[in-house]
Design a protein around this ligand. Sequence first.
Ligand SMILES: NC(=O)c1ccc[n+]([C@@H]2O[C@H](COP(=O)([O-])OP(=O)(O)OC[C@H]3O[C@@H](n4cnc5c(N)ncnc54)[C@H](O)[C@@H]3O)[C@@H](O)[C@H]2O)c1
Ligand SMILES: [Zn+2]
Length: 360
Amino acid sequence: MEVKSNNYSVYIGKDVLEDFNSILEDCQGEYSNIFIFCDENSAKHCLPHLIGQVPMLIGSELIEIESGEHNKTLSICQEVWETIGESKADRKAIFVNLGGGVVCDMGGMIASLYKRGIKFFHIPTTLLAQVDASIGGKLAVDLGAHKNQIGLFRNPDIVLVDPKFLNTLPERHWLSGLAEVLKHALIADADYWTFLSGMDLQNEEFLIALLQKSITIKNTIVLEDWEEKGIRKTLNFGHTIGHALESNALENKGDLLHGEAVAIGLAVETILSQMTNSLTSEECSIILDSLKGIFNLEPIKEEDFSDLIEWMRHDKKSDGAQINFTLLNKIGQADYNKTVSENVIEEAMYRYNSFLNESL
Ligand SMILES: NC(=O)c1ccc[n+]([C@@H]2O[C@H](COP(=O)([O-])OP(=O)(O)OC[C@H]3O[C@@H](n4cnc5c(N)ncnc54)[C@H](O)[C@@H]3O)[C@@H](O)[C@H]2O)c1
Ligand SMILES: [Zn+2]
């Protein structure tokens, strides 16, 4: 399946890499060096399949970084720029980002800024990167514990989504990606939410349908509002709380994945949607029970509440003193730029903790 975006396409399916080989054959001569950018896990688990399917990549230069969000920094970008500079990469060089959201976000940024921009392809290898990070042209690195503070908007030249890469993905990262998948359904498509209640990720047809649906939802929203002036903000559902939890964990060297933070964010922001927007109590309970059934939701430590509020105040989505949220008005529909006061946010975090306690 091909999903058309602004000036590039996302190809989804089992044969996408073979097609990629033909694309490279057809444009031989239009590019110079090819760099494959990856981390140690995508190098180990995904590179052999990629090279096996795309012989045109044999002889490419491999650039491997250490995995993990704490490596999504400008100083690692600098090292990579120096490396490709030493390899005499010119403006016709190509960057192939093979990995999860960290590799795609960073690799895209490295390519976009090198000599004012060289071509880059995303080959996402985690569920999260396939349904979310590789789509929409947002590229960034973190600044200290502040998430995605340094970055830009620039589209890749191609995105290739091969579900086979997910065979080696650890359970924790499957769940992390599912948080974004559920978000897509909650903000945009009630039928998709129902479809997801029959979750069967072992079933390849189900998985491909899920990839196609989530990518289409994200792409449709992005096409309408690439620079996030309006409707694209709905994709931030779960992320005001989620990013605060993630930053707090990054600063304290905690072990919390992006999607794990988002899963908690979805739950708290669902409660907020019921408290301050028109989400009914009934739908609120349906969502919370589903989230609890899927994720191993952790309570939010009360002693962290004030730090979390501080992180939210500094979030890019907030303006000045106001903390803004995307909130549901029903399953499948969301409103953005909803300002919520600190005490209401705290109350929602208390209610979230009580919900987890009650259902123990
Ligand atoms: N640009 C965007 O629009 C956007 C959207 C959502 C998330 N993000 C960003 O994406 C990042 C999170 O992405 P992620 O969850 O993919 O994290 P990640 O890139 O850290 O990947 C998760 C882990 O899986 C490993 N891995 C990757 N592919 C594998 C495979 N096929 N088999 C086994 N292991 C594999 C990685 O080495 C890593 O250890 C965050 O930095 C987040 O901010 C960006
Ligand atoms: Zn996210």
